[in-house]
Write a protein that binds this ligand. Structure first.
Ligand SMILES: [Zn+2]
Length: 231
């Protein structure tokens, strides 16, 4: 079967309406489609830290960056920043993606837990932001297998997104290391991973903005890059 073939979504009728959805991909997406413009997708995950999330929202709002936020709905930062997020969604500067409720490694849990994690975040995004994130989701830890991609696709999450390069913004990473990783990975066509967690990345954002400007790049959301009808 080709990806144009359709499978029925084994989903609960109200929460995730039965829709005709594309067949599961065989692997995640880590690059943007080619384009005549110089662009990269800036993606921000998790949301452990409300102040880090706010720092990213502020560069979307005031520095004209377009971000895809992969929401882990178990963290309160999303609800706490909901007004600004809603404003930025409306302005077309922010896209939301599904990054589960509890950030479990979905290759180590049952199929029922995979469904619960993806549906729980889906429901949160609908309730809090009136936002349907499908088809975009990011496997936690970038960890995936065929069963995860199949179950996610049954729920309408047919676009598993990993990344081409990461800021390496763990809690112990220095500012210098994060800037070095930004220099290494920010380039045309790339999907960049970073985290709204307790790390030093928010303190490097001005330097990262300089890198983007020097390289004559602009950041796009995944929806902008792949198009509104992408499945
Ligand atoms: Zn994550």
């Amino acid at each position: 079967m080709t990806r144009q073939a359709f499978v029925a979504g084994a989903t609960s009728a109200l929460l995730i309406p039965q829709v005709e959805i594309a067949e599961a991909r065989t692997k995640p997406i880590s690059m943007l489609p080619t384009s005549s413009t110089r662009r990269f997708a800036w993606t921000v995950d998790d949301g452990v830290s409300g102040s880090a999330l706010k720092a990213y929202l502020d560069i979307a709002e005031h520095k004209n960056q377009h971000l895809t936020l992969f929401v882990t709905s178990g963290y309160s930062s999303w609800r706490n920043n909901s007004k600004q997020i809603l404003r930025l969604i409306k302005a077309g500067k922010v896209q939301l993606g599904n990054h589960t409720v509890m950030h479990k490694d979905l290759t180590t849990v049952s199929s029922a837990v995979i469904r619960k994690e993806l549906q729980g975040c889906h429901k949160f995004l609908l309730e809090e932001f009136d936002y349907d994130a499908r088809p975009y989701f990011r496997p936690t830890y970038g960890s995936w297998n065929a069963n995860l991609l199949k179950i996610a696709a049954e729920l309408g999450y047919t676009a598993p997104i990993t990344w081409y390069g990461s800021l390496g913004d763990t809690g112990t990473a220095t500012q210098a290391h994060i800037v070095q990783q930004a220099n290494k990975w920010i380039a045309n066509g790339r999907i960049l991973l970073c985290h709204a967690n307790r790390n030093k990345a928010p303190e490097t954002l001005n330097q990262i903005l300089n890198i983007i400007q020097t390289r004559k790049l602009h950041s796009v959301t995944l929806r902008e890059a792949f198009g509104a009808n992408f499945k």
